[in-house]
Design a protein around this ligand. Structure first.
Ligand code: ADE
Length: 213
């Protein structure tokens, strides 16, 4: 699967895409990330990407031409990709959507919007407008990272086989997970629940089921 991200701030992604599970997914050729700098499609010698809003008002609005051209370039790489636009006005991103995207053969093209806004005509190219929560961020970059992370970890092979099967059942039921403990048995007076030290697997499973969030 290829995840292409159209952004004015590609440098924001370096740490996230090159660490932990996302780095491992790339190294093992399970997922490929491609950052597309919207500035490269800017207009004129100053590579302008935004302009003042028709009808007046504060702030600048992303112009349609750079956005359309960036999407067209991304489509050349991956004609079947689903196109997502990051916006607080979108549909809430859920584990179910993450599972759906991870399970399809199609890649993703994620367009990072900006808080001031984008020309509405870009929405004609988009399969889904997606929000990561009911709050307003300065741009779509952090939401794009959230989606890349949530989808990548569900791509077959990225997590260990047995763990991903487990996660699947958790996400089916909407349950997240039970609490975990590791050594030491007691720390600053805080004890690991006795049942986890008991070696009784049936009891441990019962405790875990009862303590799922
Ligand atoms: N851009 C700004 N805020 C956002 C949000 N909550 N979700 C997706 N994109 C956004």
């Amino acid at each position: 699967m290829t995840i292409q991200i159209i952004t004015l701030f590609p440098e924001m992604f370096e740490g996230v895409l090159n660490s932990s599970m996302l780095w491992k997914a790339q190294k093992e050729n399970l997922v490929k990330y491609k950052l597309i700098n919207l500035r490269d499609f800017g207009i004129g010698p100053r590579q302008q990407v935004d302009d003042i809003p028709y009808g007046g008002g504060d702030g600048m609005v992303l112009r349609p031409e750079p956005l359309f051209e960036a999407v067209e370039q991304a489509k050349k790489t991956d004609p079947d990709a689903k196109i997502l636009l990051m916006t607080p006005r979108g549909n809430l991103f859920t584990q179910e959507l993450a599972r759906e995207y991870a399970a399809t053969e199609a890649g993703l093209i994620i367009i990072c919007g900006r808080y001031e806004g984008y020309d509405e005509r870009i929405t004609t190219l988009v399969d889904k407008q997606v929000s990561v929560g009911e709050y307003v961020l300065t741009g779509g970059e952090l939401p794009a990272m959230i989606i890349a992370d949530a989808v990548t970890r569900l791509v077959p092979g990225v997590l260990g086989g047995e763990t991903s099967a487990e996660l699947e059942s958790f996400s089916q039921s909407g349950v997240i997970e039970h609490p975990h403990y590791t050594r030491p048995e007691e720390y600053r007076g805080l004890k690991v629940p006795d049942v986890l030290l008991s070696g009784h697997h049936a009891e441990i499973n019962k405790w875990r089921n009862a303590n799922q969030k």
